[in-house]
Design a protein around this ligand. Structure first.
Ligand SMILES: [Zn+2]
Length: 299
């Protein structure tokens, strides 16, 4: 089988960060493309990185079909969609997967983003055929690829994705934080603590099962632990948690993703160094590096 190729079009969290301080890893927000051999493209998230991908798709003469999986609807995961030029070309066909929010379905969420107050072109005028497909936590078949989804620990409804195909697996978990830190109460600390222990174990256990043995794990690594302490419940992880999760789930390759907008390239390098050091301390040896805009990983 020809290899699966994973390309990073946007690796930054929260907001695009152009400029010399981020030139090596890139300033565009979340967008990752998976090319399974002989299948339409799979695109995960539509941050500002999807704009460049859209330009590449425009160079293809034949009509393009692709599947777009949206983890959630915070700006950094959808802000590139109105600028995704491939979606303006008649004949192209995009199937957009995402989760409904309470009382607002996926179609409405995306069309509201392109309300004339915010953007001059309505979603129905984009030209390409756009199909919206609501998903939840579950398991789906898309073109013979088994797509599993799991809710992340992030404000609102956020999905992580696992793609299983021909014995290979890729897990994308942007915007996720440890469960443990959210469970705090002053009432009856002993019994509650015991209860939460179990709760946390169960939740973490299910997450580890979801990731288990992945050939590639792309995971939120926005903070150093000392930063995370000030940002608990913001929905992002310190590198320590990401590394521990990768070890517990015995993944084969770890990519640090969703870089903090205030981290320059050297800071990202330092986080990678500490992450590798932590992996070594567990005597667990796998490739581990920060996601870099433009990088292609082959499985
Ligand atoms: Zn994000």
């Amino acid at each position: 089988m020809a290899p699966i190729k994973i390309k990073f079009w946007g690796v930054r969290g929260s907001i695009p960060t152009p400029g010399p301080r981020t030139i090596r890893y890139g300033g565009n927000t979340s967008c990752v493309e998976i090319n399974f051999p002989d299948l339409p493209r799979f695109i995960i998230d539509a941050g500002s990185g999807i704009r460049e991908l859209g330009k590449e798709l425009l160079t293809i003469k034949d009509p393009v079909k692709a599947y777009i999986f949206l983890s959630h609807f915070h700006w950094d995961h959808i802000q590139g969609l109105p600028f995704f030029k491939a979606a303006f070309k008649p004949g192209n066909h995009f199937v957009i997967y995402g989760c409904d929010e309470p009382d607002v379905d996926l179609t409405k969420i995306i069309s509201m983003q392109m309300n004339p107050i915010y953007f001059p072109v309505a979603v129905e005028d984009m030209g390409a055929k756009l199909e919206f497909c609501t998903i939840n936590q579950g398991s789906y078949d898309v073109e013979g690829v088994n797509v599993q989804t799991h809710f992340m620990n992030h404000p609102g409804y956020t999905l992580g994705f696992r793609f299983n195909y021909m014995g290979k697996s890729i897990v994308y978990m942007s915007d996720n934080e440890p469960y443990l830190q959210n469970q705090q109460s002053d009432n009856d600390p002993e019994s509650l603590e015991a209860m939460f222990e179990k709760f946390v174990d169960d939740k973490e256990g299910r997450l580890v099962d979801f990731i288990s043995g992945a050939d590639l794990l792309i995971h939120d690594t926005q903070y150093f632990p000392e930063e995370y302490e000030q940002r608990i419940t913001w929905g992002h992880s310190p590198y320590t948690y990401t590394v521990d999760l990768a070890v517990k789930a015995q993944v084969k390759h770890l990519v640090l993703f969703h870089h903090d907008p205030d981290h320059d390239d050297d800071t990202v390098d330092e986080m990678a160094r500490l992450s590798r050091e932590r992996l070594t301390s567990y005597n667990y040896h796998i490739p581990c590096h920060p996601a870099r805009e433009g990088e292609v990983i082959t499985l």
